[in-house]
Design a protein around this ligand. Structure first.
Ligand code: ADE
Length: 225
């Protein structure tokens, strides 16, 4: 999958993708990540990327020209499945959307700043608006990093057996069950007996029960879906 990220703060996006699973996904050829500095596309004398909002009010708006030019240049080179705008006004990200996006070939992600991008960019180019939660970040970069991580780990071949996404929370609308490792007894706090039993069927049943208990306790809304 190729992902093009449009940002005014490219450095913010370097570290999340230069380690661990995201790094390996790129090395193994599952992910081609290209970060574009929106400022590089500005035709303004001072490479400006924002302006005052019509109608007045505090906060600048990201202008159409540099973002539109960047998108159009990319669209000349390949077709994009989605052009995503990261915004708290978007649809809340969930595992279902991540699963769906993980089947894409090419995606553009736009990171907003200030009051956001000019509405006409949204009207003309954006195909999906995504929020990572009901809170406001200083910019879309961290949200984009969250989205890319959550999507890329679902591309077949990115995770190995040990890190398989199949047993993650949310894959079946349930939270994951608790996990334990050595020692068996930590200062009197013991690993549940069933996990030491070697009885695969009992272990699966226990894990399923615990998943339901966890979901009832922390996310009852998932069970209603
Ligand atoms: N930009 C600022 N806040 C955001 C959020 N919660 N989700 C996505 N993009 C954002």
């Amino acid at each position: 999958m190729r992902i093009d990220v449009l940002t005014i703060l490219p450095h913010l996006l370097e570290s999340p993708f230069s380690d661990s699973i995201m790094k390996r996904a790129q090395e193994k050829g599952h992910l081609e990540l290209v970060i574009h500095n929106i400022r590089d596309y500005s035709t303004h004398r001072q490479r400006s990327v924002d302006d005052y909002q019509y109608g007045g009010g505090a906060g600048m708006v990201m202008t159409i020209q540099p973002i539109a030019d960047c998108i159009e240049q990319l669209q000349e080179e390949r077709e994009y499945d989605e052009i995503i705008y990261m915004t708290p006004e978007g649809k809340r990200l969930d595992q279902g959307t991540c699963n769906q996006l993980s089947g894409s070939k090419n995606i553009i992600i736009i990171c907003g700043h200030y009051k956001g991008i000019d509405q006409r960019l949204r009207d003309i180019y954006v195909t999906k608006e995504i929020s990572i939660g009901d809170y406001v970040l200083s910019g879309g970069e961290l949200a984009a990093a969250v989205l890319v991580d959550a999507v890329v780990r679902l591309i077949p071949g990115v995770l190995n057996n040990e890190t398989s996404a199949l047993t993650d929370s949310f894959q079946d609308n349930l939270l994951a069950p608790p996990v334990y490792t050595r020692p068996e007894d930590y200062k009197g706090h013991k690993v549940p007996e069933v996990l030491l039993s070697g009885n695969e069927k009992k272990i699966q049943e226990w894990r399923f029960q615990k998943s339901i208990e966890n979901t009832k306790k922390n996310r009852p809304d998932l069970l209603e879906d």
